[in-house]
Design a protein around this ligand. Structure first.
Ligand code: 7TS
Length: 420
């Protein structure tokens, strides 16, 4: 990534991207907190919701609410049609082959646990190997540690360099004919590093391993094409994609999902139940036991409509310019150390500041109306690698502005005045 000393502010109204117009779509951004305009820079934790998503949820509950796949009445048919239409939107959004490959889950966390417990537990045995990386969110570490305890499989980690990039030569050394699963984040939540997925996936496939991608931080910032990537599984959460909480997606290649046993048992995932046994439903319903988060799925469909309408490519370009601006401003603050300086990164400014604890930075920034996250970001191995307990993290979305970056930098300087 460029690290120029100075960089001009981007206009709020470039020909490609009108950020003022975009901001007007997000009611939460219109408020003051602690007497200051809210500067929301915690988008990696959860993104804000546009009016269209909020309206879709309210309209669903006002006019459509009914259970799906079971009612003969009109309202249930309407709810089912809206739910399944959202599945088609997700399929198109990530370019999956079929809606049968789109499983609705609670979020990226549940998606990864599903793969570990259904695919992993039935295919791995003692001596098999799983490779993950030092960059992962705990959601893409702990499920594999649990699987490793259950099966006797060995868990290995691809290390990272001082910039927070995966050391691919080391990956080549970890791979062998025993590697069964390679699980990698698309974009790091702690540092913003964008991983070279295609290379990783091709190398893993060359030894016959299956590849699980944690896309939680990627879908809001980059166009994802699961067919072009040729990954076996791809997981993401709706709430980071401007949709509701409690809903997420597991994409899996159809042949793999067909061969996998159910993750949970209950209503809707069966064709027939006798007292002796059960015949499971077809994909994707085999993996959607019980009443799902119907409103959440329909709201996620609205979020995808919103992002498609906005144009993810133009939004991503704007975000890169915004990060370059933030990076240039931050580099000029003496005592500020950026953590994570990968050449290929997006939307995350993780830093330490003198000897000030990140939680104190977070608290002082909050007093200025600025929301950031301070801590280990559920990526403790990353903190261990850099030998720090925590960072302060500003994470951007396409509705953030250079003026907000200026407010962040001014508040950082205020922290230094208070503590030094
Ligand atoms: N994977 C990555 C890369 C993430 O950043 C997160 C959440 C998850 C998985 C889990 O997503 P969930 O929706 O299932 O909880 N990341 C963060 C974060 O950076 N700050 O708060 C949550």
């Amino acid at each position: 990534m460029n690290k120029p000393d100075t960089i001009n502010k981007i206009s709020n109204n470039t020909s490609n991207f009108d950020v003022d117009k975009v901001r007007a779509d997000f009611p939460v951004l219109q408020q003051q907190l602690r007497g200051k305009p809210l500067v929301y820079l915690d988008n990696a934790a959860t993104a804000q919701k546009p009016e269209s998503v909020i309206d879709t949820l309210a309209t669903y509950y006002r006019k459509t609410n009914a259970n799906i796949h079971r009612g003969v009445h009109s309202l249930s048919e309407k709810a089912t049609a809206e739910y399944e239409s959202a599945r088609t939107k997700v399929q198109a959004f990530i370019n999956a082959d079929s809606t049968q490959e789109i499983v609705f889950v609670r979020g990226a966390t549940e998606a990864i646990n599903l793969v570990a417990q259904s695919f992993g537990r039935t295919t791995l045995t003692t001596g098999d190997e799983i490779i993950i990386t030092e960059l992962e969110h705990h959601s893409n570490i702990v499920p594999w540690q649990i699987l490793s305890e259950q099966t006797g499989a060995i868990l290995k980690y691809i290390p990272i360099n001082d910039a927070g990039e995966l050391i691919l030569e080391k990956f080549a050394g970890l791979l062998n004919e025993n590697t069964r699963i390679v699980a990698v984040g698309h974009i790091s939540n702690a540092l913003g590093t964008i991983n070279p997925l295609k290379t990783i996936i091709d190398k893993a496939h060359a030894v016959g391993a299956k590849v699980v991608i944690d896309g939680a931080q990627a879908v809001p910032h980059t166009k994802v094409d699961v067919k072009a990537l040729n990954c076996d599984f791809y997981a993401f959460s709706g709430h980071k994609l401007f949709g509701p909480t409690g809903i997420g997606v597991l994409y899996g290649k159809q042949a793999l999902l067909e061969a996998m046993p159910p993750y949970q048992g209950g209503g809707d995932m069966i064709q027939r139940v006798t007292m002796a046994n059960s015949i499971y439903n077809d994909l994707p319903y085999k993996f959607e036991a019980g009443t799902p988060h119907i409103a959440g799925v329909i709201g996620l469909g609205a979020a995808i409509d919103y992002v498609n309408h906005l144009g993810l490519v133009a939004a991503a370009q704007y975000e890169i310019e915004l990060l370059n601006y933030a990076n240039a401003q931050a580099s000029q603050v003496p005592g500020l150390t950026l953590v994570g300086t990968a050449k290929n990164k997006t939307s995350i400014l993780s830093f330490t500041l003198d000897k000030i604890h990140p939680h104190d930075i977070g608290t002082i920034l909050d007093g200025e109306g600025i929301a950031i996250r301070a801590g280990h970001h559920c990526a403790m191995p990353v903190m261990e690698r850099f030998n720090i307990p925590a960072t302060a993290r500003a994470s951007f979305a396409f509705y953030n502005t250079c003026d907000e970056v200026d407010a962040l930098i001014a508040a950082i300087k205020k922290c230094q005045r208070i503590f030094n």
